[in-house]
Design a protein around this ligand. Structure first.
Ligand code: DP6
Length: 353
């Protein structure tokens, strides 16, 4: 298993019932369960990893930037990644150090859920490189400890992350509600208004909202109820009520952010224009054909059905100016890639570029 270079591709997910607020910051244990769709490879993270005795220190390259995982001062995500790699290494019994090289096909830290695909692809690739026989559920527990939303990117289609109640997080994992083949018409069209990094990271945002918002106490129960109703709408392939619940969940979560003191505002004027435009579109159609939902950033995710794709793209096209529109269907979770796709040269054990 040592010296075997493994390359995997994984994708982000878009939450329909969102995770916001942690009951345990160290383990990323959420205040409420959440539900998402795993996106296809139109947006992806490619990660190569090797464990080798020839490597002196654990290191990770993200989009070309090197992070020494053994340096004292670390950013939080790197520290968490190191902890999870250590855990997986001890499960496998090796002491070899790791080189990890990872690339996103889309902008990071902009509310396009880069941390979810990064975390899921990393644990998937590491488990393959180490020969761990871990289930998708076990991998979701590991990915969660890097980034909560990452727990939901280990499986395809519609995925539920159950919040759990145990202090060690062993019952806080993701599972599939319906595979990507169950209702493949559902897709995500993303208006990328900005590719610049957000002012308040989601990790900080979770914490500040929980501590400072007076409205937040209403959110966990609301989200939990919505999740049950949304799962029913998915099973019945009933888009109209699903769309309304998606929009309400986004509004509800952003209301608790705005109620944080000082307020956290991820939405901007273009986000608000998109919200109005989608309500107008639905009104003119006489039914909900599209639903907006926003992560911790201004970019609009519009959940719709394939048959409405060109209508929604046309509407977003008028708002977008010099921004970009991405369209993604549902994906099936991480998978292995061949040697020719590797980001690590297997002879020198160095990044290929
Ligand atoms: C608004 O998973 O990025 O996108 O656990 O601190 O890494 P950490 O937070 P993160 O939070 C995602 C928040 C969200 C909603 C969601 O994806 O459920």
């Amino acid at each position: 298993m040592d010296d075997k270079v493994v390359t995997a591709i994984g994708t982000p997910n878009k939450a329909l019932v969102m995770y916001w607020g942690k009951r345990n910051n160290r383990l990323n244990l959420p205040m409420n369960s959440s539900l998402s769709i795993t996106l296809d490879e139109s947006l992806n993270t490619r990660t190569s990893i090797v464990f080798s005795k020839k490597i002196k220190r654990d290191a990770i390259y993200v989009n070309g930037e090197k992070h020494d995982l053994e340096a004292r001062a670390q950013n939080e995500k790197m520290m968490l990644s190191k902890r999870v790699i250590d855990r997986m290494r001890s499960l496998s019994g090796t002491k070899a150090k790791a080189l990890i090289v990872s690339r996103n096909s889309f902008p990071t830290s902009t509310g396009l859920a880069s941390s979810s695909s990064g975390a899921a692809t990393l644990v998937f690739a590491a488990s393959q490189a180490l020969g761990l026989k871990a289930s998708a559920r076990e991998l979701s527990i590991l990915a969660r400890q890097i980034s909560g939303s990452g727990s939901r990117s280990l499986m395809g289609g519609f995925v539920k992350w159950t919040k759990g109640s145990k202090p060690d997080g062993s019952d806080s994992y993701a599972e599939q509600v319906a595979s990507e083949k169950y209702w493949p018409e559902v897709m995500d069209i993303i208006a990328v208004f900005t590719a610049s990094k957000k002012k308040v990271s989601s990790s900080e945002g979770h914490d500040l909202t929980l501590k400072q918002s007076k409205l937040y106490f209403l959110r966990p129960e609301y989200a939990e109820d919505r999740l049950e109703a949304m799962s029913d709408a998915i099973r019945a392939r009933d888009f109209e009520p699903l769309a309304e619940m998606i929009m309400r969940d986004s509004n509800n979560m952003h209301a608790t952010m705005l109620d944080t003191y000082p307020p956290i505002m991820y939405l901007d004027d273009r986000s608000r224009e998109a919200i109005y435009a989608i309500h107008e579109l639905n009104q003119s159609e006489g039914k909900n054909i599209a639903a907006y939902t926003f992560d911790a950033g201004p970019n609009a995710h519009v959940i719709t059905l394939r048959k409405y794709k060109s209508k929604v793209m046309g509407m977003l096209g008028e708002l977008i100016g010099d921004g970009k529109i991405l369209a993604a269907g549902q994906g099936s979770g991480p998978r292995l890639l061949g040697e020719s796709e590797s980001l690590i040269d297997y002879r020198s054990l160095k990044p290929t570029e």
